[in-house]
Design a protein around this ligand. Structure first.
Ligand SMILES: NC(=O)c1ccc[n+]([C@@H]2O[C@H](COP(=O)([O-])OP(=O)(O)OC[C@H]3O[C@@H](n4cnc5c(N)ncnc54)[C@H](O)[C@@H]3O)[C@@H](O)[C@H]2O)c1
Ligand SMILES: [Zn+2]
Length: 682
């Protein structure tokens, strides 16, 4: 409650600031609910103190501010804001006011969804789109013609040749909004608070290429010229009056106008209709239907719009400073609310990925109590600087998990606590692999991921155990027969027989299939371990180079493998650190076979060789070839070196070799010794 002029002034300033962040920056500071609450209080105070009204109060003007960066565009007819009602009683009051103003209830309502997006005015002349403008202050908007032309649901030409302003909402699908934000998270860019801001922000881009890349949609909801209030001298008064009269006589109702608009090639909303003004139940029923289907509609709706349908009644009903008296938005329950993060817990998913989850002070959103929200990942927590104790905006739409869309930094008290990155798995306690956006527990026997680990290990490109799929793996784990992969090899027919749905034959088959794993190729074994980033191809490389005892080798040695980068090497190191004992035990149980190295005898077998200078093939290729011939290739020349092979522009190794009297071979000599000296260096 605002009690005096001073409080009123303060409230107006607050509203102005919030409106600036909402309309200009597309980055609201508070929920709509909070904004609307203060707005109503200001309105109430102004009603009781008409002489104190501040002309700049948000109640006195249509919201948006026009950005200087854009070319300005004056609308031909005025664009309005809309009166809001938030419950049945307020709505019925509105209906009664309209009936009183008309003097009877012998008229009807046109009903359509209220799209939560950015308002856009399209001017068509001679069948061509000549301008597209944001609403701005209702008279002057931003010229976003080039941007609008990138939106595929906006026809560039229409078959109607007269001058017409077609107005509607630019929106983004909820699903595309999620995708857009995920991409922004990956790129470290700030996320959009909600689909409305994403649509508005995408439309108001100075570079149309950015708009073109955003999946925007346009839903028309009305016509400006020739039925709205003329404000421009672009058209003469007479011309306007003539066109308006013709339009009203031709179409008679708003519904018919919209049928006409859709017939020009525009997108229709998922649901619209008409009700008699005398049949309020009809309108209320439509409202309930909208609320019911709201979640399934791919774009965000924030209410239902009710318009007086008969065009000849509109002029008499008229306008306030902000909105037409002949239409109202009957708002849906809010899906965005403010609450507090009371704690953050870490959940471990089926694949071992650690996900932070916010524990919220419970709030009701659309009839559901929300107590948790995902926080994506720890990089995102750091980027948004989310802390325990923060006030945040939470959005819940449909069945999707509630999300935190905004941290209200300006409401911080100083007692908020930072959220540390986990170094250990909260389920099994072992150290985790931290790759930035992804933090993962790689422990082979971590209960959070063990069933998945078993399913993966048993799959075709790993140990290939027939009959060990998801349901069996789950059953074995739940019945306590298998705690991790090692236990598979201890299973007995007698144990399995006791399980539900396990006849003797099935039990024997499984034990038999598992026993076949013994002696399996090394790469299948390595692949089965499920090391992050190490799949079939990498496993083969590991086995060719190191064999089954790969885990004894240092990270530096892994870097030498073709295609092995920091992520792979770090992952292997982390994996081995956590699972070394288990790997050793598994090797004993499985006895994987190393790939057979062909024993070749060559002049290089058992020799220590150093390479210097540039050669006809890359250093690593020649190194690998010599190693395959049994040579030991090292980096520095010493007395133990047998051969130094020199290419073009040899370096200091060449000098050192001469000094130590070591046999020096030219590249050509090398090829000759291998017996491939005919100039064919394949
Ligand atoms: N969170 C904040 O900080 C903050 C600040 C300012 C405003 N707001 C919110 O903005 C809203 C008020 O803004 P507003 O003045 O832009 O009005 P509005 O968005 O409530 O309604 C008017 C607009 O609705 C759009 N619209 C969608 N479907 C329509 C249809 N079928 N028929 C006609 N118009 C349709 C039009 O673009 C029109 O301009 C409130 O909901 C308020 O909560 C929030
Ligand atoms: Zn774990």
């Amino acid at each position: 409650m605002i009690r005096n002029h001073e409080e009123y002034k303060k409230a107006v300033e607050t509203l102005k600031k919030w409106a600036y962040y909402y309309y200009v920056l597309d980055n609201p500071l508070v929920t709509d609910e909070e904004y609307d609450k203060l707005y109503k209080e200001v309105e109430e105070y102004e009603k009781n103190h008409p002489d104190e009204v501040d002309k700049t109060s948000p109640t006195q003007r249509i919201g948006d501010v026009v950005l200087d960066e854009f070319k300005k565009a004056k609308h031909i007819t005025k664009m309005w804001s809309m009166e809001d009602v938030f419950d049945k009683n307020e709505f019925i009051d509105w209906v009664n006011r309209v009936k009183r103003a008309i003097g009877n209830d012998n008229f009807s309502f046109y009903i359509e969804p209220k799209f939560d997006g950015a308002s856009l005015n399209l001017v068509y002349k001679n069948g061509e789109l000549i301008r597209a403008e944001t609403r701005g202050d209702g008279e002057i908007g931003e010229d976003v013609t080039l941007n609008a032309k990138t939106i595929k649901t906006i026809p560039l030409t229409i078959k109607y040749k007269g001058l017409i302003e077609i107005r509607g909402e630019v929106v983004i699908k909820k699903q595309d909004f999620d995708k857009l934000n995920e991409e922004r998270i990956k790129k470290g860019e700030p996320t959009f608070a909600n689909p409305r801001n994403a649509a508005a922000g995408s439309l108001r881009q100075l570079d149309p290429k950015i708009t073109a890349n955003r999946p925007l949609l346009f839903y028309p909801w009305g016509v400006g010229y020739p039925i709205e209030v003329l404000i421009s001298d672009e058209v003469s008064k007479e011309e306007y009056e003539r066109d308006k009269k013709e339009f009203i006589e031709k179409f008679k109702t708003y519904k018919n106008i919209m049928d006409f608009v859709y017939s020009l090639g525009f997108k229709e909303p998922p649901k619209r209709g008409e009700c008699k003004a005398s049949d309020i139940e009809c309108v209320l029923k439509k409202y309930n239907e909208f609320v019911e289907i709201r979640d399934e509609i791919p774009v965000m709706l924030d209410g239902m719009v009710v318009k007086v349908n008969e065009l000849n009644l509109l002029e008499n009903l008229g306008y306030t400073a902000k909105y037409p008296r002949w239409m109202v938005a009957y708002k849906f329950p809010a899906i965005e609310k403010e609450t507090i993060i009371e704690d953050v817990i870490v959940q471990v998913g089926r694949t071992g990925v650690l996900t932070p989850v916010a524990i919220l002070k419970p709030i009701e959103i659309g009839g559901v109590i929300v107590e948790r929200a995902t926080l994506h990942n720890f990089d995102e927590i750091e980027r948004m600087d989310i802390r325990i104790g923060d006030r945040v905006i939470v959005i819940r739409s449909g069945d999707v998990i509630p999300k935190i869309t905004k941290v209200l930094y300006h409401k911080r008290t100083g007692n908020e606590k930072k959220i540390p990155r986990p170094t250990h798995c909260p389920v099994c306690g072992s150290e985790v692999l931290d790759e930035g956006a992804i933090i993962k527990c790689q422990n082979l026997s971590c209960p959070a991921r063990v069933v998945n680990t078993i399913i993966y290990a048993a799959s075709k490109n790993c140990l290939d155990i027939e009959g060990l799929g998801e349901s069996v793996a789950k059953l074995l784990y739940e019945k306590g027969l298998v705690k991790d992969i090692r236990d598979l090899f201890k299973l007995k027919v007698e144990d399995l027989e006791k399980l539900p749905l396990f006849a003797r034959k099935k039990a024997e088959n499984l034990v038999n299939a598992i026993s076949k794993v013994k002696g399996i190729e090394c790469w299948r074994f390595v692949n089965a371990l499920g090391i992050e980033h190490i799949g079939e191809v990498a496993s083969k490389k590991i086995c060719e180079k190191f064999g089954v005892e790969f885990y004894k080798h240092s990270p530096e040695e892994f870097y030498e493998l073709e295609g092995f980068g920091p992520e792979m090497v770090k992952s292997i190191a982390e994996y081995v650190k956590v699972n070394k004992d288990k790997i050793e035990e598994l090797i004993k149980l499985i006895e994987p076979t190393n790939p057979k190295k062909e024993v070749v005898n060559s002049p290089f077998t058992g020799k220590t060789v150093v390479l210097t200078g540039s050669m006809s093939k890359s250093r690593s290729e020649i190194k690998e070839m010599l190693e395959n011939l049994g040579a030991h290739v090292t980096n520095s020349v010493s007395k133990k070196t047998d051969y130094v092979i020199v290419g073009e522009d040899p370096g200091s190794k060449f000098e050192k070799a001469k000094k130590l009297g070591i046999t020096i071979l030219k590249e050509e000599d090398m090829w000759n010794m291998i017996g491939d000296g005919n100039g064919d260096k394949k």
